[in-house]
Design a protein around this ligand. Structure first.
Ligand code: LCS
Length: 393
């Protein structure tokens, strides 16, 4: 049928999705839920896995796949999967590898909902867990049992910034036949590449440094082997927590400036941590770039920069923390981290409020603890903002 014979109702549907034109420098967004088959046999072959190609965007989408390929390369992995959030990545990981009767060893200093996911939802399915100070290798070793399937850590850990020895924990986990996953959200692949240090799996909240602009929620799982990739791809397809193409496009755009941003985050955070440590109203500061950090030497060895997160406590405890959080102007009072703008928040009543209180206390998340995510603004403006806010305390 010639074009001009088509009814406008048909044209609305068919001419709004033209084929790719020219050779774009930036990949177009494949904002489509489904893909046509050339003929019956092609469709059947795609479903049977006999030929490569796209079927349906929950299974695979070209824009999302471009991001997945990019993340695998940044982390030195084989393949990766992008998910609808960091939590979806962790859920997909555990659902893939752990069954009733299995055991997880998890770091106590992790994002609050990660603890809740393991302690509440997976425990209900008969998966037990032990939470340890992952900077203490003896604690990790003692917690491992013959049923341990997965060791899960964050380094640096949210929000205490505790640093754990990736290579040493990989050895301990592998000696017991357990898989070892590292949530690399705080470092980003620019500062640390856990797969190269012996981890089997890397988790990311793309919401943070990788996207970097506080306008996307997303996650990722990076893997070393095709076998793991295929297992996880099946789980993700069935659980359904996939990333949308537009979000993938935004993260790809964010990644273009990741290295530059990380450099500025690190430089700014170093100066701010030094300022805070000298301030008379500050009790202590935790920042991997300060010699006072308990794992300063390990951080220097394992990471190529200290990152953009700082945690600290004021001498005035909880009341002083409340005052400070209500007094900053440039530091935005908001959770999340890793964006170009500086943020300030109170873990015990915000990001880690859902955590069982005993594990929260065990992890050192005190009521006076404040966490800041240092952005890429001019550092003296940020220091002046904290300085004036500290005067209100
Ligand atoms: N892993 C880490 C280390 C995180 O910090 C977060 C979120 C997640 C995983 C979960 O990622 P999401 O599902 O949010 O993409 N951390 C947050 C925080 O510290 N403040 O708000 C969110």
């Amino acid at each position: 049928m010639s074009e001009n014979k088509l009814h406008i109702n048909t044209l609305c549907v068919h001419r709004s999705s033209p084929a790719t034109r020219g050779s774009p420098v930036v990949s177009p967004i494949y904002e489509t839920s489904t893909f046509s088959f050339r003929d019956f046999q092609h469709g059947a072959d795609l479903f049977a896995g006999k030929v490569p190609g796209y079927i349906y965007s929950r299974m695979l989408n070209p824009t999302v796949e471009l991001l997945e390929d990019c993340l695998a390369q940044l982390e030195g992995g084989h393949r990766s999967l992008a998910t609808s959030s960091g939590m979806a990545a962790i859920q997909t990981l555990i659902a893939t590898f752990c069954s009733q009767g299995d055991h997880i060893v998890c770091a106590e200093s992790v994002y609050g909902p990660t603890t809740t996911l393991i302690k509440k939802y997976f425990q209900r399915l008969g998966i037990t867990s032990t939470f340890v100070d992952s900077s203490n290798l003896n604690e990790v070793k003692t917690a491992l049992t013959p049923n341990t399937k997965l060791v899960f850590i964050e380094t640096p850990g949210n929000p205490t910034l505790v640093v754990s020895d990736i290579a040493a924990i990989a050895e301990l986990a592998h000696a017991k036949g357990a898989l070892f996953a590292v949530d690399n959200t705080f470092a980003s692949p620019i500062l640390q590449q856990p797969l190269r240090l012996g981890a089997d799996i890397v988790i990311h909240s793309l919401t943070k440094f990788l996207n970097g602009h506080a306008d996307v929620v997303g996650g990722a799982i990076v893997l070393k082997t095709q076998e793991h990739y295929e297992l996880l791809r099946k789980t993700l397809n069935h659980l359904g927590g996939v990333l949308a193409p537009f979000e993938a496009f935004l993260v790809l755009r964010g990644i273009k400036t990741l290295a530059l941003r990380m450099q500025r985050h690190c430089e700014n955070a170093q100066k701010i941590a030094e300022f805070l440590e000298k301030h008379p109203k500050v009790k202590w500061v935790r920042f991997p770039g300060l010699p006072s950090h308990p794992q300063y030497e390990l951080a220097k060895k394992q990471m190529s920069g200290p990152g953009g997160l700082i945690s600290f406590e004021l001498k005035g405890g909880f009341d002083a923390a409340q005052r400070l959080l209500n007094s900053t102007h440039l530091f935005i009072l908001a959770v999340s981290l890793g964006g170009v703008e500086s943020l300030i928040q109170h873990p015990a009543s915000m990001t880690h409020a859902s955590m069982p209180p005993d594990i929260r206390t065990q992890a050192g998340i005190t009521d006076g603890l404040i966490r800041i995510s240092v952005g890429i603004e001019e550092v003296n403006d940020l220091i002046n903002d904290l300085d004036q806010a500290l005067q209100q305390v």
